[in-house]
Unconditional design. Structure first.
Length: 200
């Protein structure tokens, strides 16, 4: 008899820093409204658990995210994010600071500017980063920016029909005349699975 050794896949850890400008009334349902649909979708096909850890405190929760230079903003957020990861590890989070399975997202009430509801720091078209900023201006924005951090792409998004025309998570723009599926297209599911395939 041959025994096949099965290894447990590591959890995907999302550290969500809630900005101080997010109202208390929104905070009460922020997981259910903005994270649960995305987590449920991910766990349906990545074969690993997704853990969302909420964090805060200064200087993280009052980070100055608004402005036209989104690249500079993301670089400043990355520097601050690494500091947060080190602090959380010292407090017992026990995750690798530079792990591709640890993502940090700043969740804000407002857009960064008129053109950007959220942004993600990626190194190249096929190498995702660890840091993103997502506003609560649409229920899909958190999932969209997290999708970027997991290798999903705009060009692989789809328009589907679920009683109404609806966009998948990676639609490049938010069309107010379309609904949202809160799912990834088949192609983006494959992109995410490929990204995660060698991360254990």
């Amino acid at each position: 008899m041959t025994l096949i050794e099965q290894t447990q896949k590591k959890d995907l850890i999302i550290i969500a820093v809630i900005h101080s400008d997010v109202p208390e009334s929104t905070r009460k349902t922020i997981y259910a409204d903005y994270f649960r649909p995305f987590v449920t979708e991910l766990e349906s096909f990545i074969e690993r658990k997704v853990c969302v850890v909420f964090a805060g405190g200064e200087p993280y929760c009052n980070f100055d995210y608004k402005g036209e230079d989104v690249t500079g903003t993301l670089q400043r957020w990355q520097t601050l994010g690494y500091k947060l990861l080190h602090e959380m590890n010292e407090e017992g989070l026990n995750t690798e600071v530079y792990s591709a399975l640890t993502k940090i997202i700043l969740v804000t009430r407002d857009k960064l500017n008129d053109a950007h509801a959220g942004v993600a720091l990626n190194w190249s078209s096929n190498r995702a980063g660890q840091f993103a900023i997502a506003s609560l201006t649409g229920y899909q924005v958190v999932g969209h920016e997290m999708g970027h951090l997991l290798g999903a792409k705009h060009e692989d998004s789809e328009v589907q029909f679920n009683g109404w025309i609806a966009d998948t998570y990676m639609a490049p723009t938010n069309d107010k005349f379309k609904a949202n599926t809160y799912t990834f297209s088949h192609a983006n599911r494959q992109n995410i699975k490929s990204y995660l395939a060698d991360k254990d």
